[in-house]
Design a protein around this ligand. Structure first.
Ligand code: ZN
Length: 173
């Protein structure tokens, strides 16, 4: 198990849909373990494989509070199969690939997510609250979508510009 570097915007991989996982292999189990290590180290409450540069449809989340025991979840090929279309929830979101930037995003309040677990079984989970927001944010990542894409063009362009400049500065050093 190890902590892997997290890629940042404007890395084009973050705008690219990831590939389905066809089989749960040792490689996939090791990847999930590394993703959890990386997420806890950051620290964050969710991470998609693409954020460590692996283009596979795999996410990890843990929305347990500070004083609660850890509750790591690994979701393979996750997809939203139902969402509440009349009830919405606004949450201030951040992203490990967009450090130190937070903005309120409105999303469906409840979702049902279908995924494969590490034993290769298909499962469904009903989520609301922070878990619902977090799952939607991470599932966006496997589809090449960022939470910035839910904001106004003005806000999105401003953030992209800032991070593009920072990446250029870094490349020049
Ligand atoms: Zn994110």
């Amino acid at each position: 198990m190890s902590i892997r570097p997290i890629i940042l915007i404007p890395d084009p991989r973050l705008k690219t849909p990831s590939e389905p996982v066809t089989e749960v292999t040792d490689e996939i189990r090791a990847l999930a373990a590394d993703m959890l290590d990386t997420m806890y180290d950051a620290p964050g409450i969710g991470l998609a494989a693409v954020q460590i540069g692996v283009m596979k449809r795999l996410i990890v989340v843990d929305v347990a509070g500070k004083d609660e025991p850890k509750n790591p979840m690994v979701l393979i090929n996750p997809e939203v199969v139902w969402e509440s279309d009349e009830e919405f929830r606004i949450h201030e979101e951040g992203c490990l690939s967009i450090p130190d930037y937070y903005e309120e995003v409105e999303r469906p309040a409840q979702v049902r997510v279908r995924y494969m677990d590490l034993d290769g079984r298909t499962r469904e989970i009903d989520a609301d609250g922070v878990l619902s927001t977090c799952l939607q944010h991470e599932i966006d990542h496997v589809n090449g979508v960022l939470f910035l894409d839910h904001l106004s063009r003005l806000k999105r362009d401003r953030v992209m510009k800032k991070f593009t400049k920072a990446a250029k500065r870094e490349a020049a050093v």
